[in-house]
Design a protein around this ligand. Structure first.
Ligand SMILES: NC(=O)c1ccc[n+]([C@@H]2O[C@H](COP(=O)([O-])OP(=O)(O)OC[C@H]3O[C@@H](n4cnc5c(N)ncnc54)[C@H](OP(=O)(O)O)[C@@H]3O)[C@@H](O)[C@H]2O)c1
Length: 270
């Protein structure tokens, strides 16, 4: 891929940042794009798209986060412009159960690899669950549902492999970590790694929504996120795959190692 240029959207996010780093380490030319990245790119401002896509041969696509037909139409238009710019391959960051964004990419004639990761480990250290760690309690409506939590490093490595090597077009990877865990298990691992008290407290969905609204979270978002935890509680995500090992030739990283490393790197120092 000597003439390759990979456009990395979502380049400041939990996976995009790592995809960009790994491409750099492999000496693959790439462009880092987002609203706050070096190449300014906004899903809401289509005048930013063509400059981001110029000469791109492949795209790591972190799709628009807004829901509904608007997001599908936006992805479809972006995919058409990517094809016109000369790109031939897209690796799409999706989620379990989502379909239409991938269809939009394929209809533009691009070779597509779909990644459907489960909950990222890094939600606890780099995103919306970090405050819970600092606050000393994990209060969620996830019951004792199990989930195949996964390291964003593994997701990024799978993405870079699919972006730079052959054999991944048309694949739909369901990416999980190495073991099923409840939120109580993750909290116990973080407590052990940090030396802090960090119990998991199972809330009802209504209790959770009420607490979130009291903290200033918009009601729509509180209800949407309650639905995500309910999905875990229902047990529908209580399964593992070997897709990470299939692509990378090694098992996925374990949560205990992530928690130890994140604690040692100061992720939970206030
Ligand atoms: N987190 C999880 O556990 C998880 C699990 C499964 C699937 N997913 C999927 O992964 C996707 C990304 O989630 P994430 O947690 O990885 O997010 P993230 O870490 O917050 O990254 C989102 C990235 O998108 C960029 N971005 C946000 N709004 C944008 C906009 N309007 N225009 C252009 N760029 C924008 C952000 O950068 P700027 O702010 O600089 O624009 C950031 O680089 C979601 O679709 C989610 O469904 C997440």
């Amino acid at each position: 891929m000597s003439d390759a240029l990979v456009l990395v959207t979502g380049a400041t996010g939990k996976t995009g940042r790592r995809v960009a780093r790994m491409l750099r380490e492999r000496g693959v030319a790439h462009r880092e794009a987002s609203r706050s990245a070096a190449a300014r790119f906004s899903w809401e401002d289509r005048s930013t798209w063509d400059a981001a896509l110029e000469s791109a041969t492949a795209v790591y696509l972190v799709p628009p986060s807004f829901d509904g037909p608007g997001a599908i139409e936006t992805t479809a238009e972006f995919a058409r412009r990517a094809a016109t710019a000369g790109a031939s391959r897209v690796v799409l960051l999706s989620a379990p159960g989502l379909g239409e964004q991938g269809d939009a990419v394929q209809e533009a004639g691009l070779a597509l690899t779909v990644l459907r990761p489960r909950w990222f480990f890094q939600n606890f250290s780099e995103d919306f669950l970090r405050d819970a760690v600092l606050g000393g309690e994990l209060r969620l409506p996830a019951g004792d549902g199990q989930e195949g939590f996964i390291d964003a490093e593994d997701i990024a490595e799978v993405a870079v492999t699919a972006l730079t090597e052959e054999g991944h077009a048309g694949m739909d990877y369901e990416l999980t970590g190495p073991r099923l865990m409840t939120f109580a298990d993750t909290a116990a691992d973080i407590a052990q790694a940090t030396g802090r008290t960090f119990p998991y407290v199972a809330l009802t969905a209504d209790e959770y929504v009420t607490e979130q609204i009291a903290r200033g979270v918009p009601e729509d978002w509180a209800r949407f996120s309650a639905g995500l935890y309910d999905y875990v509680r229902s047990g529908q995500l209580a399964s593992l795959t070997d897709d990470v090992e299939h692509v990378l030739g090694r098992p996925p990283r374990d949560f205990t190692d992530y928690a130890r490393t994140a604690a040692a790197e100061g992720a939970w120092q206030d």
